[in-house]
Design a protein around this ligand. Structure first.
Ligand code: F3S
Length: 481
């Protein structure tokens, strides 16, 4: 079976039947179960590795996967017995790892290196692990993690974690069902037993996991991958959740892809017409470019200013629709000076293009039963901005903000109190996409993030409203009496 477009293993395939459900995919409706599947590469979430685990658990996995370019999300399939081949690959040397390391992890890294055409390994400075929410990893992921913890497997590199499916201390207040909470706590406990830090955020760079330019790291969470490569200038591939655990235990990763300077050169030049303003416009621009060039390294020209939060939103958008690991913004990001490849394509992007994506990602005109902000997790300055917009107003529907526990602890008591008395709830450790919102009774969810809009629909099976934060506050709050 030949897939003519990239596929998301997390939300593009039914885990029980293997049927492709990714909207607009050319092979939509066909099943990968039991077939030899040739595909360009995967896109979207790095938690897709657990999507492959689920397919294997339900007997709906492909018989073999042939990749046209290596990606560690798909290569993780080998850990559950699905053979993966990359066109044109050859055998790599075994990594030299000392200490008590599971044999299958060493073999897995060697296999990845072989498939990717890598000849050497590099010691990684830090690891960030996605696939923490029980919503996305299910029983297949829980059993895998508990099995490792049971065997006494430990990480040897500082490793942070992505959001879980609930606020670990306020899950009852969120309305998370007991049976979900029990499984979620087991997932986090298994990770902690392995020595992994339960930071539970997709913005590890705001909570101390802050690599420097040129440092080699191994990060999952596609939005964080784009951020660490593009804004911090460190080097990682878009690592599958399982591969990141392997690298944290072994301490090494094969050198290929984004670890090599020649692959970091711009391969698409995007001229932006009109000033991009606010995180929503940046996230829409990223989303559109990810759709047009799923595996490109885009160079944006014509952008005069881009805040850290706007770049975080841009990277999340591009990594949600495509698999963009690195982008450059002329005059702003640290490697913007790299010379474009000779065959770099050129396109221009206008505000009208962004409006079209915004309309496409909104699925309903009905009012929301929940407004959510914080994809990726909110920074301190974003929370202060929302606080300023809420002055003198009160939410007219449930209004939830998502951030890390560390960021939450840095907010002043007054800001928290004022937001809460305006009807705004601040939750840590989780987000609107990986919390089980549908099971909690929500049907229509509003957000300001293109990434969240995509996954709320495809993974959460919810109706979605997408608009900028200012408009959300304007429409779904009233003047406080
Ligand atoms: Fe983060 Fe959840 Fe969005 S993990 S990037 S807030 S989907």
């Amino acid at each position: 079976m030949r897939l003519t477009a990239p596929l998301s293993w997390l939300d593009g395939v039914d885990p029980e039947t293997g049927v492709i459900t990714q909207p607009g995919h050319p092979q939509y409706g066909q099943s990968v179960a039991g077939k030899v599947v040739r595909m360009p590469h995967s896109v979207g979430s790095t938690v897709g590795a657990y999507g492959l685990f689920k397919l294997a658990r339900h007997g709906a996995a492909p018989k073999q996967i042939i990749l046209e370019r290596p990606d560690s999300v798909t290569i993780s399939a080998e850990l559950v017995g699905i053979p993966v081949k990359v066109l044109g690959s050859a055998e790599a040397p075994e990594p030299k790892a000392d200490g008590d390391i599971p044999e299958e992890f060493v073999k897995f890294l060697q296999r990845e290196a072989s498939l990717a055409g890598a000849e050497k390994y590099v010691r990684v400075k830090s690891v960030h692990i996605s696939g923490v929410s029980y919503t996305t990893i299910g029983d297949a992921g829980l059993e895998f993690l508990e099995g490792l913890a049971e065997r006494g497997v430990k990480v040897r590199v500082a490793a942070t974690t992505n959001p879980a499916g609930m606020d670990l201390s306020r899950w009852r207040d969120m309305g998370v069902p007991e049976d979900f909470a029990e499984k979620q706590i087991r997932v986090v406990n298994a990770l902690v037993r392995m020595g992994i830090l339960p930071t539970l955020t997709c913005t590890p760079y705001f909570v101390g996991n802050l690599p420097g330019p040129g440092e080699h790291v191994c990060w999952g969470e596609s939005s964080a991958v784009a951020f660490v490569n593009s804004v911090l200038g460190a080097r990682t591939n878009r690592e599958g959740s399982v591969k990141a655990i392997v690298a944290a235990v072994v301490g090494l990763t094969p050198i290929y892809g984004m670890h090599c300077e020649e692959n970091r050169r711009p391969s698409a030049i995007v001229d932006v017409n009109g000033e991009l303003r606010g995180t929503t416009e940046f996230s829409l621009a990223g989303f559109l470019i990810g759709e047009l060039y799923p595996h490109a390294v885009p160079l944006l020209r014509g952008v005069k200013n881009a805040s850290v939060d706007e770049m975080k939103a841009f990277g999340a958008g591009g990594a949600a629709s495509g698999s963009i690991e690195l982008f450059h913004i002329d005059g702003i990001t640290p490697e913007h000076h790299l010379k474009p490849t000779d065959d770099a394509e050129k396109i221009s992007l206008s505000k009208e293009d962004l409006r079209e994506v915004e309309e496409r990602l909104s699925t309903t005109g009905s009012p929301p039963d929940l407004v959510t902000l914080g994809c990726p997790h909110l920074s301190l300055s974003e929370i202060w901005y929302i606080h300023s917009l809420m002055k003198g107003r009160k939410a007219s529907v449930p209004f939830w903000l998502f951030t890390s526990r560390t960021t939450l602890s840095q907010l002043s008591r007054d800001v928290v109190k004022e937001l809460e008395s305006a009807g705004v709830k601040l939750y840590a450790d989780t987000c609107m996409v990986v919390a089980p919102l549908k099971k909690m009774g929500f049907r229509v969810v509003a957000t300001n993030s293109a990434k969240a809009a995509k996954y709320l629909r495809t993974l959460g099976k919810l109706e979605v409203i997408l608009m900028p934060v200012e408009k959300l506050v304007d429409m779904f709050t009233v003047l406080a009496s």
